[in-house]
Design a protein around this ligand. Structure first.
Ligand SMILES: *Cc1c(COP(=O)(O)O)cnc(C)c1O
Length: 424
């Protein structure tokens, strides 16, 4: 792709974009009567206009039917969660039986660790990335303690090399090999929330298995963003939230993937609840947990329908757009921003912005993390004043994520032009 640093070029890209219409499917936050440049879809995705309708349907059925809604609602609540695997399996690349929508992300991370982090005296380590998202760090730390291990010993963090920001796959694999059969589980973010680096999940999974460990990933920043093939990559388990790239609303219901080879294994320990119990005999309400032999067997509680209705609305938009088109546009949007930021650096005597997200389009998704080498906070505050919604991370990083469903090439151009003006 040959990019040009002109407003006209960006508009031309938008006109040729087969997904251009989708922006109008969303409510765009306003700033002084105009659309904001909303670049925080990696933090909270925007609200689809149809979400009200989906949620309202369930409120109406609840008003009209009460408890009978479990069977007689337009979308009966009892099997409501069963509508998700068909669409989600395409988004994360797995079989339908391998995916379930339930709870929230950190809750699911703990539940999966109950099944897949079962340390012994000799095999007890959790390998993760340094600067993992704090909630994940707390989960690893407290899981290690729960099993009687010292997190300082049990949680092994892989850090970038001196002077680098991204992790090298070879270093990840080397660390796994070095700790060998003391590793119980390798558990990284699919995409690091800070740098935006997309790890080589397949290679990491292979290295984990080679030392006899499980491989799991937190896909909070990957689901609905990058192309995933969880089943083919032989990943044991994964979880993600639905409110970032998946646009399903603040604190929305989350997703879980468990590889086919594990789903029918009743011997895997788990914390169970009635919604994971075999459906045909669940309401006999007998003693002795007998799990559904799919990822559904990890469910605990009956489904949060209002939150699921919002999730359904969002996934229907993904279905309509198609993953292939989304991936093509995502790469072009991020590629355009990388190009424009390089142009800014080129015009200055010294580098003014260090992009800490990998340049290789296979190693990143929508997000571009900019380490500001000059007046970072000042520039960020001015961007906010001018109607850009971005994200600031100490000490000096601006994270932006142009997403293919509702961001445009023109917005990317306008953003870069603004940064250029403010930095000069
Ligand atoms: C967003 C995010 C979370 C948030 O967890 P919740 O349980 O949804 O509050 C956790 N981990 C990662 C990696 C995230 O990006």
């Amino acid at each position: 792709m040959v990019y040009q640093n002109t407003l006209a070029f960006s508009k031309q890209m938008d006109e040729a974009d087969p997904l251009h219409e989708f922006k109008s499917y969303f409510y765009i936050p306003q700033h002084e009567g105009k659309d904001c440049i909303y670049f925080t879809g990696n933090s909270l995705g925007l609200q689809p206009r149809i979400t009200t309708q989906y949620v309202q349907q369930e409120l109406d059925d609840w008003a009209k039917l009460g408890v009978e809604g479990h069977f007689q609602a337009k979308h009966p609540w009892m099997p409501y969660h069963e509508i998700f695997p068909q669409q989600l399996s395409k988004i994360v690349g797995c079989k339908e039986a391998e995916v379930v929508v339930m709870n929230q992300l950190t809750v699911n991370l703990h539940l999966l660790m109950v099944s897949f982090y079962r340390p012994t005296q000799h095999r007890y380590k959790i390998i993760c990335e340094a600067k993992a998202f704090p909630s994940d760090q707390y989960a690893f730390e407290t899981q290690a303690r729960y099993h009687g291990f010292d997190p300082a010993d049990a949680v092994v963090e892989i850090a970038p090399r001196e002077g680098e920001h991204a992790l090298r796959t070879e270093d990840i694999i080397q660390t796994i090999r070095k700790h060998g059969d003391s590793v119980a589980v390798v558990l990284l973010g699919g995409i690091n929330y800070y740098t935006g680096q997309f790890f080589d999940l397949e290679a990491i999974s292979k290295a984990a298995h080679a030392v006899g460990a499980y491989a799991g990933f937190d896909l909070a920043h990957a689901a609905g963003n990058v192309e995933l093939h969880l089943h083919d990559w032989n990943i044991d388990f994964a979880c993600w939230c639905s409110y970032k790239y998946l646009n399903s609303g603040p604190g929305g219901v989350a997703g879980v993937y468990i590889h086919e080879k594990h789903i029918a294994n009743k011997e895997l320990p788990r914390f169970a609840g009635w919604w994971g119990y075999k459906k045909d005999t669940r309401f006999k309400m007998e003693k002795g947990f007998d799990p559904i032999p799919t990822a559904e067997g990890w469910q605990l509680s009956n489904a949060p329908i209002l939150s699921m209705a919002a999730h359904k609305a969002a996934l229907d938009i993904f279905e309509e757009a198609g993953m292939e088109k989304l991936h093509t546009k995502r790469k072009q949007l991020a590629g355009y921003l990388h190009y424009l930021l390089a142009e800014i650096n080129r015009r200055h005597a010294e580098k003014v912005i260090e992009v800490i997200t990998p340049a290789d389009e296979n190693e990143r998704g929508c997000q571009v993390s900019m380490l500001m080498l000059k007046r970072g906070k000042e520039i960020f505050d001015e961007l906010v004043k001018q109607g850009v919604i971005a994200d600031w991370r100490e000490p000096n990083v601006i994270r932006v994520a142009p997403v293919p469903l509702y961001n445009t090439f023109e917005e990317v151009w306008r953003f870069a032009a603004l940064v250029d003006k403010l930095i000069s």
